[in-house]
Design a protein around this ligand. Structure first.
Ligand code: HAM
Length: 421
């Protein structure tokens, strides 16, 4: 056993504790996401936090997420498993395992783990909410999915969000395009950064994402994906854009948008918060992944989805001053000046009646108890002194500014509180 360090253990680098009121804010955010997507017939999917390493290798063996950032380890039985770096691969694994009725429309929320270099908006443990749909090859579904993310951000009150969309074409289009980009980049090797040269060997398309100024110049005149789309892919993409126009969702076609995971083809998209630093301003992203089910051992099945980064979305809300943490809410705080029985019994009775209530343990002076009542955020302080005890009553003090005080018979207290809350 290791000894505790002098000031106690701390959370690991890149991992954070979330305390109140931020924790309630996250819960409300997930609730609002659930409201938006359940109204569109998506059902919740709860996935394991760990999977066979092989499931996540399908995310793309040429991506940083898999090669550099995976929390993988050998389990007690010798099998190789990993903490999930994202939830799409697990969702498709579950789809293959359970063969649900099509179309399968699901949503999820939870933590993911990537061994990244931590900075504001980039953590080793971060939360996502997202959706996946399997079994529909219709561009109007792409529109539905993209619109759900958009509407959710609107509902939070975010205004400074842009939607970027692109099409990478079919598998064959993407392969042809990747080759064209490779030969362009090869011809300009001398102008590229060290990092870009290293990425080029593994995945030329990822170089298009580079934010380094020397790479930007080379990328600026790289071949365009639009020139490499098959007629079918081009028609699919045109219908997606027409749908976004019809729903009045503003977008920018960003043909350098390749996304960090390998499974995408055809439509890809990202939501970008302009209020955030550009290195971490993607607050969500997604796309189609028409071969993932096969790669995971299932029948060929079309799929599309997105994941939104909860941590970054909340940073964007802070930056725009919207979606504040909910105020602490408690119906009543019992102040007992007669030895403790009232606090014990009345708090219990209030809770049993469905009201939220708290008290101070160890009682203390009236002043100490009233201070605790104020700090608790309770609407009413319920005072029980010897006077009240003898009369079978409780003094109800409204803790809002200018709030009144009244005596109420103990027998009518709960009804009385209900009518005033
Ligand atoms: P992703 O782009 O890797 O896509 O992640 C989605 C979002 O998660 C990002 O836009 C970002 O907001 C957040 N995120 C990613 N990494 C971190 C990090 N280290 N710290 C904080 N936030 C982070 C996916 O994960 C795909 N599974 C999305 C998808 C679903 N595609 C199809 N279906």
């Amino acid at each position: 056993m290791t000894d505790a360090p002098p000031h106690g253990f701390r959370a690991l680098t890149g991992m954070r504790d979330v305390l109140a009121p931020e924790s309630s804010r996250r819960r409300v955010l997930v609730g609002q996401f659930a409201d938006v997507v359940e109204a569109a017939a998506y059902q919740e999917l709860v996935l394991p936090l760990v999977e066979d390493l092989g499931v996540f290798l399908r995310v793309g063996e040429a991506t940083d997420v898999v090669t550099k950032e995976m929390y993988d380890f050998v389990d007690k039985d010798g099998s190789r498993i990993a903490l999930r770096p994202e939830m799409t691969a697990g969702a498709v694994r579950a789809f293959v395992q359970h063969s649900p009725v099509l179309p399968w429309k699901v949503w999820y929320s939870g933590s993911n783990f990537r061994h990244e270099r931590p900075q504001k908006g980039r953590y080793r443990s971060f939360d996502q909410v997202g959706v996946e749909v399997l079994g529909v090859d219709d561009p109007d579904l792409d529109v539905e999915v993209i619109a759900l993310g958009w509407r959710f951000f609107e509902r939070l009150g975010l205004r400074d969000v842009r939607l970027l969309v692109n099409s990478l074409g079919e598998h064959a289009d993407r392969a042809r395009y990747s080759e064209a980009v490779r030969s362009h980049l090869e011809s300009r090797r001398g102008d590229l950064s060290e990092k870009a040269l290293e990425t080029l060997g593994r995945n030329p398309l990822r170089v298009l994402d580079s934010k380094r100024p020397e790479d930007r110049a080379v990328v600026a005149d790289a071949p365009r994906v639009a020139d490499h789309l098959s007629d079918e892919s081009a028609a699919h993409f045109a219908r997606v854009l027409a749908g976004l126009d019809a729903l009045r969702i503003p977008y920018t076609v960003e043909d350098r948008l390749v996304r960090g995971l390998d499974y995408y083809r055809r439509t890809t998209f990202e939501y970008v918060a302009d209020s955030l630093d550009s290195a971490q301003n993607a607050i969500g992203g997604g796309g189609r992944y028409d071969r993932l089910a096969e790669d995971l051992g299932g029948p060929p099945t079309d799929g599309i989805g997105f994941a939104l980064g909860v941590d970054r979305t909340l940073l964007a809300c802070d930056a725009e001053g919207v979606f504040p943490a909910p105020a602490r809410a408690l119906d009543a705080f019992v102040v007992d000046l007669v030895g403790g029985d009232a606090a014990r019994d009345l708090t219990h009775a209030l809770r049993a009646a469905g009201l939220s209530a708290d008290r101070r343990f160890g009682a203390g002076s009236m002043k100490a108890q009233m201070k605790a009542a104020d700090r608790s955020g309770a609407r009413f302080a319920l005072l029980v002194g010897s006077d009240e005890l003898d009369a079978g009553e409780v003094t109800v003090r409204d803790l809002r500014e200018g709030g009144e005080q009244r005596r109420v018979a103990r027998d009518h207290l709960i009804d009385d509180l209900r009518t005033h809350l």
